[in-house]
Design a protein. Structure first.
Length: 371
């Protein structure tokens, strides 16, 4: 039996094409992937991301514990500031990537990937039992929490019609509690599309009112409901990693481009630090690189990447698509680091044929400046 978000009936009313996504019945598209993709790039789109997980860590010891289980340094966060981070296993492999919100001096909200909720909660529970310091309280609030993402150049002006929270004063990767359509919510200025945007965390019962109000207010300004298809093409154009594709328990933060969220020198260290430090000392041998098509052929996850002469395999595609913005095929590949230089020619084996690609600078699409 597939799980359903509180907005399932609303998706059906909008003729959303529902698919199985990691055990959840979610819309892959409504009006069409390209239309939805373009709406986010040029106007605005909203996504139901209520399948994501919300884990709360609260009480004395919360700062030290969150720092112990995440690679980034949560201790530097001000109240209502957020950061991108990761959980690692003792071998340095990535258990999940997440967003950490500091909601109080000793209170954090950890937003994790839907497919990993149970795994992450189990990992944190085990880690908490073994934690030598003061133990905070860990709770899983995923079932009671809905999440709506509104993304695009017009996101701020549309959402501002529905909340007294001053969105102009909110910086990227900050959040604020407040009312949306008169309902209690946490508004965060984060996102997964490369555009300006917000996530609205609220109770299950409030989500339909907020969703439908956003549609009503935003539709005259080009807002469209968007599915998982557009969410994937949007994040791929920005080379944003997706767990289970770029990030796995057999890849470490350094080779996946997440060295910037891996604070090896922070006080107390973190789970996986020693293994990652050994990789850094020895020198990483693999990296994630963007590849751009020269001819035809769309790369997909798992396809082999060969060198230009087709004499040996140098890696594999982790994600790939036809970019709606560039009108060319793009992909992210985990390859031998010696081939990472921009302009390097490679070939991708698509079915039984080899297709020419070149390693390129990323993001594939220039990120727009904030309003």
């Amino acid at each position: 039996m597939l799980k359903r978000t509180p907005l399932f009936d609303e998706h059906k009313k909008l003729s959303g094409k529902m698919v199985d996504f990691g055990g959840w019945e979610l819309p892959v598209q409504y009006s069409g992937l390209t239309l939805e993709h373009d709406a986010v790039r040029n106007a605005c789109g909203i996504f139901d991301v209520s399948h994501m997980g919300e884990l709360r860590v609260k009480g004395p010891g919360a700062v030290e514990f969150v720092n112990h289980v995440t690679t980034n340094d949560a201790s530097v966060l001000a109240v209502f500031q957020a950061q991108y981070s990761a959980f690692c296993n003792p071998e340095g492999g990535i258990i999940d990537d997440l967003v950490v919100y500091r909601l109080g001096e000793q209170e954090f909200l950890l937003v994790v990937n839907a497919a990993n909720i149970d795994k992450d909660f189990s990992h944190l529970s085990t880690s908490l039992a073994l934690f030598p310091g003061t133990k905070p309280v860990l709770t899983n609030e995923s079932d009671e929490t809905a999440q709506i993402a509104i993304q695009g150049p017009r996101a701020a002006s549309i959402l501002q019609e529905l909340t007294p929270v001053n969105l102009q004063e909110m910086k990227t990767y900050w959040c604020a509690p407040g009312l949306v359509c008169g309902e209690n919510a946490l508004i965060a200025r984060t996102g997964y599309t490369g555009e300006d945007g917000f996530e609205i965390y609220t109770g299950r019962e409030s989500s339909k009112k907020i969703w439908n109000s956003l549609l009503q207010v935003g539709s005259p300004f080009g807002l469209l409901p968007c599915g998982l298809g557009a969410r994937d093409t949007l994040r791929l154009e920005m080379k944003y990693a997706l767990y289970g594709h770029e990030l796995t328990e057999t890849t470490n933060p350094l080779e996946t481009g997440l060295g910037w969220i891996t604070k090896l020198g922070k006080t107390g260290g973190f789970i996986g630090k020693e293994a990652i430090a050994r990789v850094k000392a020895a020198g990483q041998t693999r990296c994630l690189a963007g590849v751009l098509s020269i001819g035809r052929g769309i790369p997909r996850q798992g396809y082999e990447v060969w060198d230009e002469t087709r004499s040996r395999i140098i890696g594999h595609i982790t994600s790939g698509t036809q970019s709606p913005s560039l009108k060319r095929a793009i992909g992210i590949a985990l390859i031998d680091k010696i081939h990472e230089r921009s302009g390097t020619r490679v070939t991708v084996k698509i079915r039984d044929d080899f297709h020419e690609f070149e390693v390129c600078k990323t993001p594939f699409l220039e990120k727009k400046k904030e309003n």
